[in-house]
Design a protein around this ligand. Structure first.
Ligand code: ATP
Length: 481
């Protein structure tokens, strides 16, 4: 496993564009920073990951149901949640270049440089000091840390820094058409609050008993300052969140349960376990009494893909206070009213997408029997989330082969995404399907006309075998499971 492989990361970004996975938003106008669009195969892959999460969280748990709340919410929501006052990052500007940095990112980048220079111990000390200062909200101390380590701006190369300040990450807009009547509202920075404000609606209508969960997938918006790592950090992104409501006092055991359960989901993609690790938070968010990240070994280093947070009763209690509406639950087992505690699991769909691409992307080279070299770029995407499951390829565009290939398409397309292709040599078509991550290709040839068998070719091993074309859909579904 190689981490900090910028070459690989750049190759993945180019591949994602060339093969229709991810495009820069409004590219013809030179793009919009940290905003991206998903192309034909990207949107298919994203949908499959979303579905995998949704099914794992709702269908596989009797006590979890889903909702789909609006992006716009009453502005008081964000007062109650603490986002108006606390959802900000400490920032610092370079006086010469005017470039603004998130303080933690500036220090982390400097620590990476120290590691590269063999000064591991210095890097660790700097990061430990940073965590302590962040936890204490000690802005003067953070500035001092930057100055004593002589950290320079990457643009101006100078150490002329402003003071450290907080910067709110929420986007705001106006509700209403006439400006005097308009009120300021926010684009939600997380989907969780849509769940909290619907807590009682869902509990009552779905007849849920504690412990139970509410899951949601949807867009979130953050005015990220440092946004230069492709879809790792976007200004518009999608979250998959679940809030699990529990009896106060049971949070430790449910926190441990969800840590394990979520890691199991990640490992169901067949990615080796040593690509993942847990990272406990030193600095806890304003709502949490415990928090851990699931990190993945991206080519740009170990990075967070999912957070599991023990949110106490912070959110429901505050919504009760700000709305004046009781948000309590009557627990018949212990005959008590209480505001439930919450364990949250929160994963970025786009980050999970990037993780899938990073792990799948492989450049392979080998020697052929005649001694010459061959190579390919292949996306070894787990079959269950691959955009195209099966490519159907008639060897020739004539002699009745396309008709048989169409018959196969008709028998399989109801079951999973199939793709028909008759252009180019068969070798080129295989390479294209490798680059799109298609796990199975079947080729229809003259023998198919005689005995209704086809050649199936497996993406990962490139091995081929002859199988009956009747029952192909079942055959592939079995392989995928
Ligand atoms: P980070 O430290 O990377 O900014 P965070 O701790 O602020 O992330 P959370 O608020 O816990 O993130 O959000 C939960 C998940 O949402 C993250 O684990 C990540 O997968 C995803 N996420 C958060 N911010 C972004 C973003 N700007 N772009 C893409 N995904 C994001």
């Amino acid at each position: 496993m190689i981490i900090n492989d910028q070459h690989k990361f750049q190759a993945i970004i180019s591949h994602a564009k060339e093969y229709g996975f991810v495009f820069q938003s409004s590219e013809i106008y030179d793009g919009l920073s940290a905003v991206y669009d998903y192309g034909p195969w990207g949107s298919e892959l994203k949908k499959n990951i979303r579905e995998s999460w949704w099914n794992a969280m709702t269908r596989m748990h009797d006590n979890i149901v889903g909702i789909d709340a609006a992006i716009f919410m009453h502005p008081t929501t964000w007062k109650a949640s603490g986002h108006v006052d606390n959802f900000s990052d400490p920032m610092i500007d370079n006086k010469d270049s005017k470039k603004r940095y998130r303080v933690d990112h500036l220090l982390e980048a400097a620590a990476d440089e120290l590691v590269k220079a063999g000064k591991q111990a210095d890097a660790e000390k700097m990061l430990t000091d940073m965590d302590t200062l962040l936890a204490a909200n000690d802005f003067a101390g953070l500035k001092q840390l930057i100055e004593t380590n002589k950290i320079k701006c990457s643009v101006s190369g100078t150490c002329h820094w402003t003071d450290v300040r907080q910067f709110n990450l929420m986007f705001s807009t106006q509700l209403g058409s006439v400006s005097e009547e308009a009120s300021e509202i926010y684009l939600r920075p997380e989907t969780a609050q849509g769940i909290f404000v619907n807590f009682l609606n869902v509990q009552k209508t779905a007849r849920m008993k504690i412990p139970f969960g509410i899951a949601q997938v949807g867009k979130a918006f953050r005015n990220e300052i440092v946004a230069r790592q492709f879809i790792f950090r976007m200004r518009e992104f999608e979250q998959m969140e679940m809030q699990f409501f529990i009896r106060p006092g049971t949070q430790k055991e449910w926190y441990a349960y969800w840590k394990e359960e979520r890691m199991k989901w990640h490992q169901s993609f067949g990615i080796p376990a040593d690509n993942y690790r847990f990272h406990d938070h030193v600095k806890l968010a304003h709502y949490a009494d415990a928090a851990v990240d699931i990190e993945f070994a991206f080519p740009i280093g170990w990075k967070e893909v999912e957070g599991i947070h023990s949110r106490t009763d912070f959110d429901l209690k505050n919504h009760q206070q700000f709305s004046g509406k009781k948000l309590q639950y009557f627990d018949t087992e212990i005959n008590q009213h209480y505001i439930p505690y919450v364990i949250e699991t929160s994963i970025g769909l786009d980050r999970m997408f990037l993780l899938t691409l990073c792990h799948a992307y492989q450049e392979e080279k080998w020697q052929k029997e005649d001694g010459t070299e061959d190579s390919r770029v292949v996306l070894k995407i787990p079959a269950k989330v691959a955009p195209i499951k099966l490519a159907v390829l008639p060897l020739l565009k004539k002699e009745g082969l396309p008709e048989i290939a169409r018959e196969i398409m008709a028998s399989c397309r109801d079951e999973f995404y199939c793709f028909y292709e008759e252009k180019d040599t068969i070798g080129k078509r295989y390479r294209r399907m490798d680059a799109l991550g298609t796990p199975f290709c079947v080729t229809v040839d003259h023998q198919t006309k005689e005995d209704r068998t086809v050649t199936i070719r497996y993406r990962d091993t490139m091995q081929q075998e002859r199988i009956p074309m009747d029952g192909l859909a079942q055959f592939i579904k079995k392989k995928m499971s």
